[in-house]
Design a protein around this ligand. Sequence first.
Ligand SMILES: C[S@@+](CC[C@H](N)C(=O)[O-])C[C@H]1O[C@@H](n2cnc3c(N)ncnc32)[C@H](O)[C@@H]1O
Length: 383
Amino acid sequence: MADTSAKPMNGGDGLHSYTHNSTYQVYISTWIQFFFFFFWTDFVTFNLRWGVNLANSMISEAIAELFDVNQFKITSSNHSFSVADLGCSVGPNTFIAVSNIVESIKLKCQSHGVPSEAIEFQAFFNDHNSNDFNTLFKSLPHDRQYFAAGVPGSFHGRLFPDASLHFINSFYALQWLSEVPKEVVDKQSPAWNKGRIYYTNAPTQVMEAYSAQYGTDMKSFFNARAQELVCGGLMALLIPCPAVGILPSHSPIIALADLIGATLLDMAKIGLVSEDKVDSFNFPKYNPTQQELEELIEENGCFRIVKMEALVRDPKMKEAASDIKMFVPHIRAAWEGLIKDNFGSEIIDELFHRFTNKLLETFTLDHTSFEKIAELFVLLQRN
Ligand SMILES: C[S@@+](CC[C@H](N)C(=O)[O-])C[C@H]1O[C@@H](n2cnc3c(N)ncnc32)[C@H](O)[C@@H]1O
């Protein structure tokens, strides 16, 4: 069976690396960032830095309002505070997120008369074992105000000791599944996803299988985090979701994954890849609705929802999103590993060349495409 468990972003610092395809905001204009970042992670994560910045300001506000210096018994004597970023990839967004948390807690403590030097921060950077932690460590900011450690492993299971974390953060990672739902690759199942690699534009059974897998994964995620986070500790999540009332198939940006599938099928027809392989390959990611997520949090019962808000984009950005060719490298940075593992590295250049042409021929993105996707910011507090 195809190995379609989630794969990390492209490592290293080459042309198609995550590092080079997640820092465009430094080099390019705002609208292009917006467009590029949507695809960098998995077609539904646009302009990550834009989302990260917005989420960061909401986190700062929440720490200022909710972080209880007395509850954590932070005094003028030394105290350590642990932050974990789950699904950190190789940077730089993870460093921005962690620094923001550290700075915000320091400010809050200072406002309670606790000198910031009194607190020591430990930051844990988590991702899959196969994430390029070497690149992550090499790019750790020199002026960081925390001790840093890498924590390899899946966030769908336990990663930390009981009640050892004060703040958990996860941006643009919780749309990845632990695995492709088994039914969609089972020829006997009504959910067999023949001729497609994703659930958008697929029969209802396929969508239901994906949704069920997401539910199973998130139950494990919330159970694990409930054990690891101290009482009163905070958890911030940023997850791409379809906008309220919009079907994934009606959101061109989410449904774009189907075009990779169509490109693979074209290649199968002329013998460049095996059709069986295309049939057994599916993307292990799912964009939950806000309601699904809310129900999963409530079912877990260990967290209070402090804030759940769909981030609103600047309309100027939406209008300007138009250059299809420019975001293909970002799609490639995110998905190349997964595709390579299943089809071999020799098809990658051809696939992305054909995919670009298909996009140019068939795909229209306008500002309404961007209204059909929401980046959901969720802030939870451990009961
Ligand atoms: C798109 S990147 C987001 C990186 C970073 N959080 C940011 O905002 O720039 C998603 C990351 O989540 C990681 N990921 C996906 N599933 C995971 C899992 N089960 N456990 C740990 N990391 C996972 C991927 O390997 C990838 O590096």
